[in-house]
Design a binder for this molecule. Structure first.
Ligand code: XMP
Length: 520
């Protein structure tokens, strides 16, 4: 609620599309504050004078049925520019008296090429001569325009791909400008924001830092806060931010599961304890984790054991401190968006963090989630303005269960050591070759198979190391990174020569979907 109190903003009404959050992100990237509102929360919109534009998202519903999610017609009478995307376009068409038909013949999934019909502010410098690529995902299509609307562009399958009511500043597009597959999709947003809504690009996350700190002070008052510090970007920024607000009343707990990357635990401890002078409590639980994971091969079982053990250890530690009232978590805006239902009534349910799920209920702590209105890239910018060093700020995401889900099958201390060494070589090679920051996430994994090799004159029978490196925007979809051959040559050589126990290196060339980023 804190950031939402802006002088000017764009609101996005969410009809349940998987990519609504990308719309919000694109807009914020232009320096304009945007906020997502689910349709069952529309009554909470106050101060319409601060809203400079409204975007209606896509969604799985159809206006061809008797009942369909909609918005009150009064919203169209506020004289605020409106842009409907996919379902949003169909809803506008329906509400203004046009026709929409569901048709297998007219459906479009994937790439389509736009055919220009007339000029519009929305498409200024967007449509090239009949080679503008856009990304479609629809079965319903507009078959008759509402009164006072005009067609701006079409495709060979659908006649009304972009429509506008120029006088009322209402626009609709059938394709998805928010996904990167739509070439120059950002232009649609910048035209809508700056040419149509005439909003200014003055919003910056770094300027919100003091507001966030003030809010923590106001909320926490004289109470204590406990925070599980993993050394990942989110928990690091949460810890620094809260520390700025309440100093010694923040207790950071670091649990060594023994399943972190090589040297990672010590490195994180040194930075936060010595450099940032935070109140950090260390717990070494690596032996306990190994014991509990002994002979556990099932990925879900592994995750459960790790999660439950974490809760137990954390709970025990928290009891040693008196007067703790809050549990700080690095919940981000996408977690909040994903966990609330678009049409149902349980709109405010907040997803617990992977690592500490279940803690607040059991421990009777209140949640403190100062990043829950921010995207990951904004958290990084905020981290920078709090003095977070680049090595932590730009770190790839790392899963809560750690290396346990990167050692396929049974986990032993020998395998953890082998994997840590291989992963260390891989990650450092990425850094040395200036590739680390081009990749969303990279890691080495250990497969549960041994194969035959030959080293010198001897036969070897050792493990296979799998390397995974992906590009992604938010971890929801991903593609494998295309390394040059000389990098592959170098890395396979370094790992096989440098890590006893590995005699084969393979590279994962699957995207997500159909694969996931992690192996388990
Ligand atoms: P998948 O494997 O589902 O991963 O494609 C998507 C992103 O989520 C991370 N991930 C986790 N993060 N606890 C976490 O904190 C977990 O249990 C977990 N599982 C997956 C994964 O590393 C990737 O960034």
């Amino acid at each position: 609620m804190l950031l939402q109190n802006q002088k000017e903003k764009i609101i996005i009404i969410d009809f349940g599309s998987q990519v609504t959050k990308l719309i919000a992100r694109r807009i914020r990237e232009f320096g304009v504050f945007s906020e997502i509102i689910t349709i069952n929360n529309l009554k909470n919109i106050k101060n319409f004078d601060k809203i400079k534009g409204i975007i209606l998202s896509g969604g799985p519903s159809t206006v061809t049925k008797k009942k369909f999610p909609s918005i009150p017609i009064e919203i169209f009478q506020k004289k605020i520019p409106i842009l409907g995307i996919c379902y949003g376009l169909q809803l506008i068409t329906k509400l203004f008296g046009g026709s929409i038909k569901s048709s297998k013949k007219k459906r479009e999934f994937g790439r389509a090429i736009l055919i220009k019909k007339r000029n519009s502010l929305l498409t200024k410098n967007f449509i090239n001569k009949n080679n503008t690529l856009v990304w479609m995902s629809h079965q319903d299509a507009v078959t008759k325009l509402p009164k006072n609307f005009e067609a701006i562009a079409s495709t060979n399958k659908s006649k009304f791909t972009i429509i506008e009511n120029k006088k009322k500043k209402i626009y609709g597009i059938q394709f998805h400008p928010e996904v990167t597959h739509t070439k120059k999709g950002k232009k649609i947003f910048s035209n809508f924001l700056f040419l149509i809504c005439k909003i200014e690009d003055k919003w910056k996350i770094s300027s919100e830092k003091n507001k966030l700190i003030y809010n923590i002070k106001k909320q926490v008052k004289d109470d204590k806060v406990i925070c599980a510090l993993s050394g990942g970007v989110d928990s690091s920024v949460v810890a620094l931010l809260i520390n700025k607000a309440i100093k010694k009343k923040l207790i950071c707990v670091m649990v060594d599961t023994g399943l972190m990357r090589k040297n990672e635990f010590k490195y994180t401890y040194n930075i936060f304890k010595k450099k940032y002078k935070l109140n950090v409590k260390l717990i070494n639980a690596s032996k306990l984790y190994l014991k509990k994971l002994n002979n556990v091969k099932n990925p879900e079982k592994k995750r459960k054991i790790i999660g439950n053990l974490f809760i137990k250890i954390f709970e025990k530690e928290a009891k040693k401190f008196k007067g703790i009232k809050y549990l700080a978590q690095g919940t981000l805006y996408p977690d909040v968006i994903e966990s609330r239902s678009t049409t149902g009534s349980k709109s405010s349910k907040i997803k617990s963090h992977h690592n500490v799920g279940g803690l607040p209920k059991k421990m009777n702590l209140k949640l403190l989630e100062p990043l829950n209105e921010l995207f990951k890239d904004e958290v990084r910018i905020l981290g920078k303005s709090l003095g977070l060093i680049d090595q932590v700020k730009n770190k790839h995401p790392f899963p809560g269960p750690g290396l346990a889900i990167r050692i396929v099958g049974n986990i032993t201390s020998e395998k953890v050591k082998i994997l840590q060494d291989a992963d260390y070589i891989f990650i450092n090679e990425l850094i040395d070759n200036n590739l680390y920051d081009k990749i969303w996430q990279a890691y080495a994994a250990l497969l549960p198979i041994k194969t035959v090799g030959v080293m010198g004159d001897s036969r070897t029978y050792e493990y296979t190391c799998l390397l995974r490196a992906v590009t992604s925007e938010d971890g929801m979809t991903a593609d494998y990174f295309n390394f040059p051959k000389d990098f592959f040559d170098k890395i396979s050589n370094k790992i096989v020569n440098g890590v006893p126990g590995i005699n084969r290196v393979v590279y994962d060339i699957t995207s997500k979907p159909p694969s996931t980023i992690e192996l388990e």
